[in-house]
Design a protein around this ligand. Structure first.
Ligand code: BTN
Length: 326
């Protein structure tokens, strides 16, 4: 952990009150002058850190920026997801950045955030708008020991982690629409783009690209999606702290990834089914030129959706565009 991350972690520990320079210096093994210099640097980034000669340092407020050290300081316990965090001011697509890291052999768990994306993309070649500092636009590199057919397990994990984090951070009630949409009151608020590189029987690496519309105003959505999309700010009626939400999502994803690695996908699938609005409904799924109609029954052990068609056959679907019949 960097010195800045360690300072922020220490300043977060006392819920009220402050930490003295001497205590920080002893705890972190650096001089008081070095602490002071880093505090000044954090202040220049917008962190409001009060310094009193008697009490020491107190973290008063943090700016609305994504900062790798800050995110690290919020995630002291993660094992894999988020142990390496990189933040860019602007990228084409964070999935592209992570793909390059994957090809360069970087370890799994690295997370790349961008404050804005110029060529953010969604599923099925759709464009994903990613305005500066309005959302969370990030990608996670994983190297799971799975067959390519089971890769959907990770989309399921990401959707469950995302829904859980949104619910605890905002008190809203997110629903999952198979396979990868998070909705609030029927409107999309987040999506997941899973891309993978695989051999015939083994995933080489997998990239989870996650986009959350956090603080967008209605006018910031393109007119054609305004009826279908929303943001957490619109639904909660208040601005949401992006760094807090980002840390919560990564923490949940780290937990769910550990469950998948331990072969416990079933527990995750149960939670997913509870939050999913697709299960138990009649749906139409478009897969390429094909359209499949039936009742969504459950997930199978690989994370594929099982549809009972009108003819009583059980179809296994791993991707497509779902509409739920009301
Ligand atoms: C979808 O719902 O179609 C998936 C949207 C995924 C968007 C995210 S934003 C971060 C990452 N980078 C991209 O270009 N796309 C994903």
């Amino acid at each position: 952990m960097s010195l800045d991350a360690a300072i922020l972690t220490a300043l977060r520990l006392p819920k009220t009150g402050a930490v003295s320079g001497a205590e920080l210096s002893q705890k972190l093994g650096v001089s008081r002058a070095a602490i002071w210099a880093r505090v000044e640097e954090l202040r220049s980034l917008g962190y409001d850190i009060e310094a009193s000669p008697h009490l020491g340092y107190r973290l008063v407020s943090v700016p609305d920026v994504l900062h790798a050290d800050d995110l690290h300081s919020r995630l002291p316990g993660v094992k894999v997801v988020g142990r390496d965090i990189r933040v860019f001011q602007e990228t084409t697509s964070t999935n592209d950045v992570v793909e390059k890291l994957a090809r360069d052999g970087v370890k799994e768990g690295v997370v790349v955030f961008a404050e804005s994306q110029t060529r953010g993309r969604g599923r099925l070649g759709r464009k994903w708008i990613s305005p500066e500092k309005r959302g969370l636009w990030f990608s996670v590199l994983l190297r799971p020991n799975l067959r390519p057919q089971a890769a959907t397990q990770l989309t399921v994990a990401a959707a469950t982690a995302l829904a859980r984090a949104i619910s605890t951070q905002t008190n809203l009630s997110p629903e999952i629409k198979w396979p990868n949409d998070i909705l609030i009151k029927g409107k999309k608020v987040a999506g997941i783009l899973t891309e993978l590189s695989a051999e015939l029987d083994q995933v080489k690496y997998l990239i989870l690209g996650i986009g959350v519309d956090v603080n967008l105003n209605a006018s910031e959505f393109p007119p054609e999606v305004r009826k279908l999309a929303t943001s957490l700010k619109i639904e909660a009626g208040r601005t949401i702290n992006r760094a807090e939400l980002a840390a919560a999502v990564l923490e949940e994803l780290d937990t769910d990834y550990a469950r998948i690695c331990a072969g416990q996908f079933e527990t995750l699938a149960d939670e997913w089914e509870e939050r999913c609005t697709t299960i138990g409904h009649n749906v139409v799924i478009r897969v390429g030129d094909r359209s499949i109609q039936g009742r969504a029954e459950s997930l199978d052990s690989d994370g594929a959706l099982l549809i009972r068609t009108q003819h009583g056959r059980l179809e296994r679907i791993i991707g497509g565009d779902v509409s739920v019949e009301k």
